[in-house]
Design a protein around this ligand. Structure first.
Ligand code: NAD
Length: 449
């Protein structure tokens, strides 16, 4: 049994069994057995079951949001938004079931057809920062395409996924189609990656573990989708609406206490407006409301664990430009922190995954793009400018999978999400998300003879 903590109080809120290799094999066998029946379900019926699951998530929205808030320490308003997105994702993929079609291709001597076939049993491995939200990005397209699955939540945050498993049964999705298996990454995760009957791993987590997953998957030529770390740039040009950019910047990095792969944790500011922007940013960061995650007004909660807080703290030495307030006593609190940095500093290169932002000045557009791209990651990012031509020029030049102009938003159910470079490959969400959970089959039918 593993004790599951509330990071805001350090209280144990649940005890959860950790599965071993034997249970993993049993879950894969169960999913394999359920696959022929699930792929044969008529598309309209599969869509109806997914829609029912979406509705159940909505009906249990407050319960799931509270569970997520207590298990991760995230502010309840943010948790409500995330659970709302889970339902939207299931609604979206319910609608996608009968719109993911093949083609007919002109060829000589017959008719050529393509089909989108399910892969079989897929293994889904997710992190602790957005537990149910990220799980839904994989579950939705996997089920829509007719796959069965084994989902392994992160060790620290299995509760919402376990509840989702119950709701999937209540929705009428047949037993064996959705299997939720809490356990260690080194045991359940490794076994799923190596298991000969698992056709694909949909993984979200750190770049280091992503590398292990890729290596492990080689043995069985398993398909992999990797959504990994980030160190994204928030580029503020002198011609931007500075007030708007500064008001938005804290949420782009302190949301979820910075435990966000999309965190724009490098704030690049044109030198001519650097001092003014820094003042505005300090004021905006000062107003971030830190405290009890269960209060509606709270904007930032604690970090997920003591070990993670120690890691985050190791990035900050010397006097920062700004350090916010954090509650004393129980809970893994860490204050919102702004640090002035140079592009080569560790704080400007490594993923902190906590509420620490690095401010970096740049001289002109060319230097901004050079610094933004001087990273092994390429997940998200923002550009702030009132010059439309510059906005599109910079957007094309920055090496990243997801980018917003005069905004910090990164994810929507209907638009593709994923990384460049060491932030991974494959796309989740939108219709592109279906490609990762289906295989194209080509069939030629001779019309001769
Ligand atoms: P992690 O890599 O430590 O763990 C992720 C998952 O992998 C967990 O379920 C874990 O149990 C499992 N795991 C661990 N070792 C494994 C192994 N050897 N084989 C198979 N599975 C294994 O990541 P984390 O600390 O839970 O999450 C933080 C990281 O996730 C950050 O780097 C963050 O950027 C990244 N992340 C990326 C995205 C994205 O979409 N790109 C989204 C959220 C988080």
């Amino acid at each position: 049994m593993t004790g599951i903590l509330n990071p805001a109080t350090e209280e144990t809120i649940a005890e959860v069994e950790a599965a071993g290799v034997e249970e993993t094999d049993a879950a894969v066998a169960r999913a394999k057995e359920a696959f022929p029946g699930w792929r044969a379900v008529a598309p309209t019926d599969r869509a109806r079951l997914l829609r029912r699951l979406a509705t159940l998530v909505e009906e249990h929205g407050e319960e799931l949001a509270r569970l997520e808030s207590r298990n991760v320490g995230k502010p309840i308003q943010g948790a409500r938004g995330e659970i709302g997105m889970v339902a939207q994702v299931f609604h979206y993929y319910a609608g996608a079931v009968d719109k993911h079609f093949g083609e007919t291709i002109p060829v000589a001597g017959g008719v050529d057809l393509t089909f989108r076939e399910p892969l079989g049993v897929v293994g889904l491995i997710v992190p602790w920062n957005f537990p149910l939200n990220i799980a839904s990005w994989k579950l939705g397209p996997a089920l829509a395409c007719g796959n069965t699955l084994v989902l392994k939540p992160a060790e620290l945050t299995p509760l919402s996924a376990l509840r989702l498993g119950e709701l999937a049964l209540e929705a009428g999705i047949p037993e064996g189609v959705v299997n939720i298996l809490p356990g260690k990454g080194s045991v359940v995760g490794t076994r799923l990656v190596e298991h000969p009957d698992v056709a694909k791993i949909g993984f979200t987590g750190s770049t280091e573990v992503g590398q292990e997953v890729m290596r492990g998957a080689a043995g069985t030529i398993k398909r992999v989708t990797l959504e990994l770390g980030g160190k994204s740039a928030n580029v503020v040009f002198a011609d931007a609406d500075l007030e708007r950019a500064a008001a938005a910047a804290p949420y782009a990095v302190f949301d979820n206490a910075g435990q966000d792969c999309c965190a724009r944790s490098r704030i690049l500011v044109e030198a001519s407006v650097y001092d003014r922007f820094a003042d505005l940013l300090v004021e905006a960061t000062r107003s971030v409301k830190v405290g009890d995650p269960e209060e509606d007004a709270t904007e930032m909660g604690p970090l997920v664990s003591a070990a993670h807080r120690a890691k985050v703290a190791s990035f900050v030495d010397g006097e920062p430009l700004f350090r916010g307030e954090a509650p004393e006593g129980k809970g893994f609190w860490y204050p919102a922190t702004l640090v002035e940095a140079r592009p080569d500093d560790r704080i400007a290169r490594e993923e902190v995954f906590g509420p620490v932002a690095a401010l970096i000045p740049f001289a002109d557009e060319a230097e901004a793009i050079r610094i933004a791209n001087d990273s092994e990651y390429g997940l998200s990012g923002s550009i702030w400018t009132e010059n439309g031509g510059r906005a599109l020029r910079a957007a094309r030049a920055i090496e990243t999978g997801v980018l917003s102009i005069n905004s910090n938003s990164s994810v929507r159910p209907s638009t593709p999400f994923g990384g460049f470079k060491r932030s991974g490959f494959g796309r989740e969400l939108g219709m592109h998300g279906l490609a990762g959970y289906s295989e194209i089959k080509n069939v030629f039918y001779s019309t001769e003879g």
